[in-house]
Design a binder for this molecule. Structure first.
Ligand code: AHR
Length: 335
């Protein structure tokens, strides 16, 4: 009798504690919990959302398509979008995040221009209760400082590029590499992924590797320097994006060689310009990196704001394209 009375007391006490919410854990930004009050509390819709987006710039055909996708999707869904363009400078992008925090937006999307240097400002957003979604590019920060990363597997893009290159050159080449923006996630990972596969091809050597900053103009300048330094020794170009490959094609033609024939070229993005170059026989392959992230981004944003769980990484689905199919596929390309 004594035992069952104390058990009863314990049970009642536990129920009361639970009712008062004393045992509830704080909800962390990194692990959004399902909204247990969803039946009583109205869920937000797209029309209720105020979304901030800190874009890094407009350096490439890819980036322009990415911006259009974000802006058009916001308009279609009726989301209020506060879009800021950092014009290729990390300081501007940090400032943009701070502006969006002051404006008390519901959520911030950002494509970090480089991987490092984000901890302080992401912490400020977290302290203000504003979740961050990384769009397209990762940042090297503790996982609790952002909700999800939406974007490509850049390492795999590097590996795919190397596998295609190995086939094109029958396992033997003197490669020059046009690297993207220094310290950016795609440049870092495409650099590493390419080399991982090259370990199996001892006769494929990277004879030089320089940054062309993901732009056509820099790609052309750097390729011209490679040609001045190595001339006919170069048999292949690996460009971290299509814009730099298109610049390299111009430099190779000006040097008097045939791009795609004398020098094999593989690049990343699969933008329209790459398809046109493949149709002209000047580019040998392009590995897709999908910029049309608007729909997935706003879907994620709405889930986060409504407290629904989201994966830490939402990968984009991507293919590889070759000259044989380029004319058929070009009309279907949206960027
Ligand atoms: O982060 C994605 C990369 O950034 C694209 O490959 C490149 O074209 C862009 O500038």
């Amino acid at each position: 009798m004594k035992i069952s009375r104390s058990f009863l007391f314990f049970a009642v006490f536990t129920v009361i504690l639970g009712y008062l919410g004393c045992t509830q854990q704080p909800v962390s930004l990194s692990t959004p919990q399902p909204d247990l009050n969803s039946e009583t509390k109205p869920q937000k819709t797209y029309e209720d959302l105020i979304v901030g987006f800190a874009q890094l710039g407009a350096e490439s055909e890819w980036r322009v398509a990415n911006t259009v996708s974000i802006k058009e999707t916001a308009e279609q869904l009726g989301v209020e979008l506060r879009f800021l363009d950092a014009q290729q400078k990390q300081d501007n992008q940090i400032e943009a995040v701070r502006k969006l925090i002051i404006q008390k937006v519901d959520i911030i999307g950002i494509s970090p221009i480089v991987e490092t240097g984000w901890e302080e400002v992401f912490q400020e957003a977290k302290d203000a209760g504003i979740p961050i979604i990384l769009v397209d590019r990762r940042a090297t920060v503790p996982e609790d400082l952002y909700i999800s990363y939406l974007g490509s597997d850049f390492l795999e893009e590097g590996r795919k590029s190397a596998r295609i290159m190995a086939e094109l050159v029958n396992g033997k080449a003197n490669i020059v590499e046009l690297v993207g923006t220094i310290d950016s996630a795609p440049a870092n990972d495409r650099y590493i992924g390419f080399r991982e596969v090259l370990k199996d091809y001892p006769e494929m050597q990277i004879i030089d590797s320089q940054s062309g900053d993901f732009t056509r103009a820099r790609g052309k300048e750097v390729m011209a320097v490679f040609l001045r330094n190595y001339g006919n020794k170069i048999t292949a170009v690996y460009a971290h994006n299509d814009d730099m490959a298109l610049g390299a094609i111009e430099a190779i033609e000006e040097y008097g060689l045939n791009p795609g024939v004398d020098i094999k070229i593989v690049s990343v993005d699969a933008a329209r310009g790459a398809f046109e170059a493949m149709i002209a026989g000047k580019l040998n392959a392009t590995v897709e990196c999908n910029p049309l992230l608007g729909p997935q981004f706003f879907e994620l944003a709405l889930k986060v704001v409504n407290g629904l769980p989201t994966p830490k990484w939402v990968p984009s689905i991507e293919g590889i394209f070759f000259p044989e199919d380029a004319s058929k596929i070009l009309p279907t390309r949206k960027y």
